[in-house]
Design a protein around this ligand. Structure first.
Ligand code: SF4
Length: 694
């Protein structure tokens, strides 16, 4: 409060951490950020912010900002040395150019993020496709929401979360599966339980903070969520709690589905999930009798080798009961990063810009005409997804990597695989707003980037709300906006005038993106930046999609999928006898590149920990706060604080993944969904041993 009194200017913007997309006001004095508070007029958060949002302005002036380009002149063992932008960009373009000349265009892999502006994603997509001419481009969004994207496409024919936060508020029953929104989407969580009589059911193996808020917590066994969902469907069908009229008019596959779920009897599902038959009957009855039922999910569903199909199974429940396209009824992916949606709509990561399909000649021709390029300048198939870029680098097919605003050394599963990939790559460029990051240990070249608060454009949140992002500070030192870096690279490649004709700012990218998205499902053409800012964000597609029951599949009908429950690959055994689950905490963001720089957040949660049930701790003679070592078949993480707690069930342990110093991804499994390519961060087998006594 005292700080806010001294601000001489307040800038409206949107939070740059998670996908809730809270509107905020940043106070500056003499151009320096001094305070942040929630925008009381913003429809998402009505003035509230979580601890990250409240301290976000502090990251702009954090000591660990990247301020100048850095180059290793004599291989990876030589130090990173400051160089000019001219030299940095010349080196980048010439090294990548010679690698592509020798090994082909696809020998460049580009890994980006969900943190850039939509305008920057659009700009980057053009540069990668039309400048560097590789299709091996993906975002770290594949480590996060790719399963939701694939699941929506499987059921409905297109990506795009069908519902809105208002549906979660107004639903009679809210079923959250693998979604600890109290920690990970706190302001969205704050919108729960506002309506008297609303019933909250939380499915999670842990007793998370969200589970503690619930009317019913279903502590399922790890990876038994599909069995639970199929079991609910079985009871809905058995008891006639389905919307036959909706299904007849709007969905295919009912007959096959009825046969398929016949085996998912309450008794069978009880064995798989560990829930009693009475609980299963009760949940299905509550869900089936609800006037409106909302299903939300996040990483507990997506971070799985069956993530895409689990999303399809969730969509089945919404279709069976007609809970889609109407108030309070939606299958709803609660996205991770502030602009993961912008990445998947405007870039090339999961489809061509504007949700155009790689394999559709009509879509490619349309985009080529809009861009004034030949149709065969556009790829007919998706390039390597993020994990495939990593594996291709290990195989020696991808030889140059450009990594933008992400920190895979901490965030990618099975660190050994990543290390092999980075050791094999001939040239690695890391572009980031912070220096040094653990990933920069492998960088041949570092490009310093501006961050949130220093750039102008838009983010799109989980409910498809396009919100304005404004600058209140200038980038430190020689750091440049990602947009400016992309344009400067295009200039050196000799394609600037062709791909960015007359562009001088992100607003030019916005105007072209509006034209390219016009008439598409994710249509940005109907509103201006100013209108977006004035309204506190505008949802493309309106408040909810599929209001008319027509889906973007060839016949206009959604599809019910038969989704078998497949046990995860690395089951515990005598040697590795715990199942490790990983996740997050409210105080930190991803790999702490940003939140680790905020003293308050760092002081609140400075170190990693491992949660273990008291029964297991007693069996192993471990005491509260002992230091323990976590070991999997791949590696060990030593010296982690033990927390003995009933939050986790016997046989399961939990670790947050934020901490480079105690990196849970040293031990996680490099096991990926065959459809979405999303990793399974949630189940691997480990053993726990004491490192030292408390
Ligand atoms: Fe920012 Fe998400 Fe917190 Fe809102 S809930 S303030 S968007 S981190």
């Amino acid at each position: 409060i005292s700080e806010s009194r001294v601000a001489d200017k307040w800038t409206k913007t949107t939070c740059g951490y998670c996908s809730v997309g809270c509107g905020m006001l940043v106070g500056t004095k003499d151009g320096k950020p001094v305070a942040a508070r929630g925008n009381p007029d913003h429809p998402v958060n009505l003035g509230k912010l979580c601890p990250k949002g409240l301290s976000e302005h502090l990251i702009v002036e954090a000591p660990g900002r990247a301020k100048q380009p850095m180059l290793r002149r004599n291989g990876r063992t030589s130090p990173l040395e400051p160089v000019s932008w001219d030299e940095a960009l010349d080196v980048m373009v010439s090294r990548i150019g010679s690698i592509q000349q020798e090994h082909g265009r696809e020998s460049l892999g580009v890994i980006s993020t969900g943190q850039l502006l939509t305008e920057e994603f659009y700009t980057l997509g053009k540069l990668v496709q039309l400048g560097f001419r590789t299709s091996n481009y993906d975002g770290n969004t594949t480590l996060c929401m790719a399963s939701a994207v694939s699941g929506y496409k499987l059921s409905f024919g297109s990506d795009g979360p069908p519902g809105a936060y208002a549906d979660m508020e107004s639903a009679d029953v809210v079923l959250l599966i693998g979604a600890n929104i109290a920690d990970n989407h706190p302001i969205l969580c704050n919108r729960l339980r506002k309506r008297p009589g609303q019933l909250l059911i939380v499915v999670d193996p842990r007793v998370t903070k969200t589970a503690m808020m619930a009317d019913m917590h279903l502590p399922v066994k790890p990876r038994s969520d599909i069995a639970l969902i199929n079991g609910i469907a079985h009871i809905l069908l058995r008891d006639g709690l389905i919307d036959r009229s909706y299904l007849a008019h709007h969905a295919d596959g009912l007959d096959d589905f009825i046969s398929f779920v016949a085996d998912y009897t309450p008794e069978a599902v009880s064995k798989t999930t560990g829930l009693s038959v009475a609980v299963l009957e009760s949940v299905a009855s509550l869900y089936g009798h609800a006037k409106s039922a909302f299903i939300g999910w996040t990483m507990g569903v997506n971070h799985s080798t069956q993530g895409a199909m689990t999303v399809a199974a969730i969509n089945n429940l919404s279709l069976l009961t007609g809970n889609i396209g109407r108030p309070g009824g939606a299958p709803f992916s609660i996205t991770g990063q502030c602009n993961a949606m912008g990445s998947r709509e405007a870039s090339f990561t999961s489809s061509l810009p504007g949700y155009r399909k790689f394999e559709s000649e009509e879509d490619r021709n349309q985009l080529a005409a809009l861009w004034n390029v030949a149709p065969n300048d556009l790829p007919t198939r998706r390039g390597f997804a993020y994990p495939d870029i990593v594996e291709a680098s290990v195989r020696g097919e991808v030889k140059a990597l450009w990594i933008i605003a992400t920190n895979p050394v901490v965030s990618f599963p099975n660190h050994n695989l990543l290390k092999q990939a980075f050791d094999s790559a001939e040239f690695i460029v890391v572009q980031d707003g912070f220096y040094p990051t653990p990933t920069m240990e492998y960088a041949d070249l570092v490009l310093p980037a501006a961050i949130w608060g220093e750039k102008e454009g838009t983010y799109t949140n989980s409910e498809r709300r396009v919100s304005k992002v404004n600058a209140f500070a200038v980038p430190p030192g020689e750091a440049r906006a990602d947009f400016d870096i992309f344009v400067a690279i295009a200039e050196r490649l000799g394609v600037r005038d062709r791909i960015y004709p007359g562009w001088t700012s992100t607003h030019d990218a916005w105007l072209e993106w509006q034209r390219v998205s016009a008439g598409r499902m994710c249509d940005y053409s109907g509103f201006t930046w100013q209108q977006v800012e004035d309204a506190g964000g505008i949802q493309w597609g309106g408040e909810r999609l599929y209001r008319d029951g027509i889906f973007p599949r060839a016949n206009g009908r959604a599809l019910l999928h038969c989704v078998p429950c497949i046990p995860f690959a690395e089951q515990p055994d005598a040697e590795f006898n715990f199942i490790l689950n990983t996740g997050r905490t409210v105080e930190h963001w991803h790999t702490r590149t940003k939140t680790g720089q905020v003293k308050l957040l760092d002081a609140m949660v400075p170190n990693a920990w491992l949660e273990m049930n008291p029964i297991d701790a007693e069996r192993l003679s471990l005491r509260q706060h002992d230091r323990i070592t976590v070991t999997s078949r791949r590696a060990s993480v030593p010296d982690v604080e033990l927390r003995i707690t009933g939050i986790v069930a016997p046989g399961q342990v939990f670790m947050p993944f934020h901490f480079a110093e105690h990196n849970s991804n040293l031990v996680t499994l490099g096991d990926f969904d065959p459809i979405s390519r999303e990793p399974n961060y949630k189940q691997c087998a480990v053993r726990i041993e004491r490192t030292s006594w408390n």
